[in-house]
Design a protein around this ligand. Structure first.
Ligand SMILES: Nc1ncnc2c1ncn2[C@@H]1O[C@H](COP(=O)(O)OP(=O)(O)OP(=O)(O)O)[C@@H](O)[C@H]1O
Length: 337
């Protein structure tokens, strides 16, 4: 378990004081994948770097499995850090070392014997699917392969926590998917807690159990990923999820519509229900689907449907009420002219 308690990080220079992280408290459970999102400058990297004390907090505490990292000596901290792996957007591999040597480096630093290192590196390369690349230099690897080496190196000393600093931001969408799959496997099969920062909600959608939203150093919203996607409270959170779920109808379509246009959000089990066909059977109205989309937040469906209803206004109103009672939310976008 990771406990971030009232953490503040200020950067003080002669000219000014910049607050990187402003009084943030978060508890991350063991085995969880926890996402931190926010725009550039929100304080995500600073917060992540405070978790292994690469960055020293100005105030507050960071406890990993009950140990207060801020109270440790340098020597104790080096030891504690071995249990906190980290991967980076730009991979941070040593270009003059082969894949094998890059991974072995972390094990040598921890003082392991040669035979153990030999065995452990091959084991790690097997986990990340790169055994056949062990004698290759980083320059000859693709971005995805470089990140796999980064992951193998981060896992070398059997960490309990893996910190991911925009781990897929430099990768194309297909490679991103495969790295996210690998991180999911590492979380599920090795039970490693993952804390990741990202500005991509796709990453959160695929991987994160819980998510925090940061703005100007502060934590403005936090909760289970499904709740954040289905019921965002803060305007910034709404902006973030729009990229995944929302859909704006063209203005002309709304203007020219002769019916009532509604947007329905389906949550959880109701997403699969035949609410629309029920409604159309029950009420003498016509329904024209203008847009529909279902996203899976991990394994749970969340959908939106935009429909134009036409018919007698009393019947349309009754149909809307009927749907409201059965779904997560309903919004009337345009009334019948
Ligand atoms: N070493 C530093 N010295 C001074 N100010 C810093 C330093 N590192 C970060 N900051 C400032 O702290 C604030 C938060 O930066 P941080 O890099 O944590 O944000 P971020 O959300 O990770 O952004 P990005 O996605 O661009 O990396 C910014 O205002 C930044 O300018």
């Amino acid at each position: 378990m990771i406990e971030i308690q009232s953490l503040t990080k200020k950067y003080v220079t002669k000219k000014q004081t910049v607050i990187g992280v402003d009084n943030v408290s978060i508890t991350i459970e063991k085995g969880e994948v926890y996402g931190i999102v926010g725009y550039s400058g929100a304080g995500k990297s600073t917060l992540l770097r405070c978790l292994n004390l690469i960055e020293k907090p100005t105030k507050g505490r960071v406890l990993v499995d009950g140990i207060d990292l801020t109270s440790l000596s340098e020597k104790q901290l080096r030891r504690a850090r071995q249990k906190i792996g980290m991967i980076f957007q730009q991979f941070s591999l040593i270009s003059s070392k082969t894949v094998f040597e890059n991974v072995a480096f972390a094990l040598k630093a921890a003082g392991h014997s040669k035979p153990y290192i030999q065995k452990r590196v091959l084991e790690l390369l097997d986990i990340v699917g790169l055994q056949d690349k062990k004698d290759i230099y980083p320059a000859h690897l693709s971005g995805g392969q470089k990140q796999r080496v980064g992951i193998a190196r981060a896992l070398a000393n059997n960490p309990t926590v893996l910190l991911c600093d925009e781990a897929t931001s430099a990768l194309d969408p297909t490679t991103t998917k495969s790295i996210l799959q690998l991180l999911k496997k590492i979380n599920q099969e090795l039970g490693i807690t993952i804390v990741l920062i990202t500005h991509e909600m796709e990453v959160v959608k695929d991987l994160c159990h819980r998510v925090a939203v940061m703005q100007e150093g502060r934590l403005i919203e936090e909760g289970p990923a499904y709740e954040i996607f289905s019921n965002p409270r803060e305007p910034l959170t709404k902006q973030f999820i729009t990229s995944i779920l929302d859909f704006d109808l063209p203005e002309t379509l709304i203007k020219e519509s002769k019916g009532t246009i509604i947007k329905i959000q389906f949550e959880g089990k109701t997403a699969g229900d035949a609410i629309l066909s029920d409604t159309l059977q029950k009420f003498p109205i016509k329904g024209n689907i203008l847009h529909g989309k279902i996203e899976y937040i991990q394994n749970d469906p969340l959908g939106i449907l935009i429909i134009e209803f036409s018919g007698e206004s009393k019947e349309v109103a009754a149909a809307i009420e009927y749907i409201k009672e059965r779904t997560g939310s309903l919004e009337v976008i345009a009334h019948a002219a």
